[in-house]
Ligand binder design. Structure first.
Ligand SMILES: Nc1ncnc2c1ncn2[C@@H]1O[C@H](COP(=O)(O)OP(=O)(O)O)[C@@H](O)[C@H]1O
Ligand SMILES: [Mg+2]
Length: 284
């Protein structure tokens, strides 16, 4: 019986010790849990704050991007409008005056009998003709009416003829699969990009020749302009504070129709410009 009692007490003490240990354990764990809880709460608060800040800056970025798109669109629109107005003024006013001036001179020539005076009249008529064709060329450059009537390829060919005649630059033009109208301002976009690129070659490149290609791909039209001129350092151009606008506007124009303009160039290595404009997939 004693032995049983001793055994019982031993078991009891053992059990009680376990119990005390357990309580201690639970207390420690509870404290730990509480600490973790506080940390979690802090973390959640921190994240909520962060999320709010993120949301704010996302809203801001979307707003900036919206404003930027709007400005870019306006810029291109204003440029086109200015050119249209000037082309119209040239054609309607100066063109008209020159035409009637030439008619007057021709009328006078018929009435003049003096040989010397006739020669002067001839020369005056010739000058009026030159001024007319000059004004027509500028007007055409400002607003290529051909684009709307004959489409992109003939307009490019006409531009090339004009540049070749006035500069002596050797220009080749290869095109494949281009529909007469790409639509949605895409013709005008590509035409204007080519115009600026050619102007840049004449102004900056001291090139001897330029190769132009206009090629239809599955989902896009690719325009490339490659010159064998001086090339340039793009970093120097794009990082200057009051930088030039030509290339920038080319890129804005392309972006307006969902396209891109990329330039590859190095000093002494010529310049290779690629404009890509997306178009509807061709159904064949
Ligand atoms: N084809 C080119 N060959 C050599 N340099 C070029 C060519 N195109 C552009 N550049 C350089 O890049 C600069 C920026 O061109 P652009 O933005 O069209 O401005 P801008 O023609 O008014 O100077 C030019 O000033 C010139 O230094
Ligand atoms: Mg330029």
């Amino acid at each position: 019986a004693v032995e049983t009692a001793v055994g019982f007490i031993r078991d009891f003490t053992f059990l009680r010790n376990i119990h005390v240990n357990l309580e201690e354990e639970v207390r420690v764990r509870t404290a730990e849990l509480e600490k973790i809880n506080v940390e979690l709460r802090n973390e959640i608060a921190r994240r909520e704050k962060f999320e709010k800040a993120l949301q704010f800056s996302t809203t801001q970025i979307i707003e900036y991007s919206r404003r930027r798109k709007h400005l870019s669109k306006r810029l291109v629109e204003l440029l086109e409008q200015d050119r249209r107005d000037m082309a119209m003024a040239l054609h309607d006013h100066i063109g008209q005056i020159l035409t009637t001036l030439k008619m007057d001179l021709e009328l006078l020539r018929k009435k003049v009998t003096d040989e010397g005076a006739r020669a002067v009249m001839e020369s005056a008529i010739e000058k009026a003709s030159q001024a007319m064709s000059f004004s027509r060329n500028i007007s055409q450059e400002l607003r290529p009416a051909m684009l709307d009537t004959l489409g992109l390829v003939p307009s490019i060919e006409s531009l090339i003829t004009q540049v070749t005649q006035s500069s002596g630059l050797k220009i080749t033009f290869f095109h494949r699969g281009i529909a007469s109208k790409l639509g949605n301002d895409k013709d005008l976009t590509l035409y204007r990009i080519l115009q600026e690129a050619l102007t840049n070659v004449l102004k900056h490149a001291s090139a001897r020749s330029v190769d132009i290609t206009l090629i239809r791909k599955a989902n896009s039209v690719l325009l490339t302009i490659e010159d064998d001129g001086s090339g340039f350092d793009q970093k120097q151009v794009t990082t200057s504070a009051k930088g030039p606008l030509g290339i920038l506007i080319m890129k804005e124009r392309a972006a307006q129709v969902g396209g891109t303009v990329d330039i590859e160039t190095r000093p002494g290595k010529g310049t290779h410009l690629t404009a890509r404009v997306p178009v509807q997939e061709q159904i064949s």
